[in-house]
Ligand binder design. Structure first.
Ligand code: 2BA
Length: 109
């Protein structure tokens, strides 16, 4: 068995979980926070048989959109009287950040 961790934008989570449900896949949805943007995102854990892995990855890929966001970088340490004008930087987020792991053992008690 494989375990897929898919970190996706909150706005894509509903569409993706609908598609996974329709595809008969089992999953757990966790509310998470991105370390860089410190904004809410969604992590979906999907336990899947190896032969169904590619179809799960296709669903993730086709339901998650790449977005552009602007963030304000951390201001530098300033001396009194110095002026700092924040220049927002552009970052690309998603479609999805995906980790696939081998599951050593899977039990349901
Ligand atoms: P965040 O950490 O909030 O990152 C959001 C986006 O900001 C990232 O999009 C990336 O484009 C940019 N970014 C992240 N760290 C950066 C840095 N040090 N300097 C400049 N730009 C930076 P994605 O790469 O698509 O990642 C989306 C979310 O997926 C991340 O949200 C995080 O929650 C997760 N993620 C990404 N890579 C990960 C990793 N290696 N391990 C664990 N989680 C990861």
């Amino acid at each position: 068995m494989k375990l897929v961790f898919a970190i996706v934008h909150n706005d894509d989570a509903g569409k993706l979980t609908d598609a996974l449900r329709e595809g008969g896949h089992h999953f757990t949805l966790i509310s998470t926070t991105g370390g860089f943007l410190r904004e809410g995102n969604a992590t979906i854990l999907i336990g899947v048989e190896p032969e169904k892995l590619e179809s799960v990855l296709t669903l993730v890929k086709s339901n998650c959109v790449t977005r552009t966001q602007f963030v304000n970088p951390m201001p530098p340490v300033m001396e009194p009287g110095e002026l700092y004008l924040a220049q927002p930087i552009e970052v690309q987020v998603g479609g999805a950040t995906v980790f696939v792991m081998d599951v050593e053992r899977f039990e349901k008690f």
